[in-house]
Design a protein around this ligand. Sequence first.
Ligand SMILES: C[S@@+](CC[C@H](N)C(=O)[O-])C[C@H]1O[C@@H](n2cnc3c(N)ncnc32)[C@H](O)[C@@H]1O
Length: 257
Amino acid sequence: MSVGKAGTESTDVVRRWRAHADDCVLLDGFHALKHALRFGAEIPLVLTSDRQGALDLAADLAPDVAGALAARAVDVPDDVLRTLVPRLHPTRVAALAVRPSRTARLAALSDTARRAPVVVLDQPRNLGNAGAVIRLAAGFGATGVVTTGPLDPWHSTVVRGAAGLHFATAVEQLSVPELPAGPLFALDPEGKDIRSYVLPDDALLAFGSERSGISPELRDRADHLVSLPMRSQVSSYNLATSVGMTLFHWSAGHEFG
Ligand SMILES: C[S@@+](CC[C@H](N)C(=O)[O-])C[C@H]1O[C@@H](n2cnc3c(N)ncnc32)[C@H](O)[C@@H]1O
């Protein structure tokens, strides 16, 4: 390929990336792309500056997506790819995915016959925590993750922390009055021991902010205040850890596929 042709192709790729970037979320690295492909995301553009490395990773770790990756991945020079992403992922793969429609997400969350809980993060502050929670929710097959407050749960740092698993569960930002119907269990160290509850499949499992815990507004909406076992003198667990323990408690007796 002549230098001139390569340059023209790069310009075209940059133009296509910029055209989609505002309406899409960034899939940062091979693992986020892998999950988005598996869970049916619409992915208009996949770029890599290490095509063979990406194909080798797919062959080793995710042969189910190897064909889709090979068909979609567009080669770009490393210096061009670095201009399109805040920090190039070590796998040198970046892609853009269309957010699922808000209508579809709200329908999944408000389905009163839902078969797995909705996780509510009340005023979370830390983008990495939110990503870790979405990853947990996806792993346990939770119906969705709702955040209240200003944090955007589709922020690229959250998508990175969730390894692209936003497409495996319904992720939405709502106010407390907009929360779906269902019994609300608010997790708080002052609550009643979780081991005395069987958490129902249509539960809302709510967790407070890293700094100040459950807000008064959410506390008012709660049907139960529930605690995780913790020895005295320990103040609290990390937010994502608390979600993991609670979903594990819910999952007793459920099968996953
Ligand atoms: C880091 S903690 C918040 C600590 C905060 N200083 C407070 O006053 O609650 C974040 C959230 O994790 C959950 N959490 C942490 N430890 C818990 C425990 N032992 N029992 C129930 N929930 C817990 C709660 O939902 C809490 O709001």
